[in-house]
Write a protein that binds this ligand. Structure first.
Ligand code: CMP
Length: 136
């Protein structure tokens, strides 16, 4: 059934000028942009978004990275868009993400404490509803 997901082009993607390339892949796949905005999230917003990672070793570097510059938040719609976008994005670690995916083609390890992997996509309908409410 038609569903929605939250996609973020994270600060590394925006800073590297890859927003257009990433949007082109999403549009070419056939999903619909319902809403899109440039966001500079404050710490409270990121604490809500990343609540499940609190306490992990990469949590603080992750929040700092996500506050290092603007992200592009996208409300994306389509049948099975949650799993479809995650497939387009590739696995979390960009070094080993499959070629053909956003992370596999455009990302790499920069030797930092947090993986900079260009995009975020909600992982379930529950996460999508929660995260869309945070960013829009
Ligand atoms: P994302 O899927 O948006 O949500 C959690 C983020 O934390 C993830 O992308 C990566 O940017 C980062 N991350 C996840 N696992 C690790 C890890 N083991 N080491 C460093 N960063 C990580």
């Amino acid at each position: 059934a038609t569903e929605e997901t939250l996609v973020l082009v994270k600060p590394d993607g925006v800073a590297r000028g890859l927003t257009g390339a990433i949007l082109a892949r999403i549009e070419a796949k056939g999903y619909s942009l319902v809403d899109i905005r440039l966001v500079e999230p404050d710490r409270e917003t990121l604490e809500r978004h990343y609540a499940e990672h609190e306490g992990k070793p990469f949590y603080e570097p992750l929040l700092e990275f996500m506050m290092s510059g603007p992200s592009v938040a996208i409300r994306l719609a389509g049948n099975r868009v949650i799993e479809g976008f995650r497939s387009l994005a590739g696995t979390t670690d960009p070094t080993t993400a499959a070629p053909g995916t956003i992370r596999g083609d455009l990302g790499r390890d920069w030797g930092l404490k947090v993986q900079q992997n260009l995009v975020h996509g909600s992982d379930s309908p529950e996460s999508a509803a929660r995260e869309l409410d945070i960013w829009f």
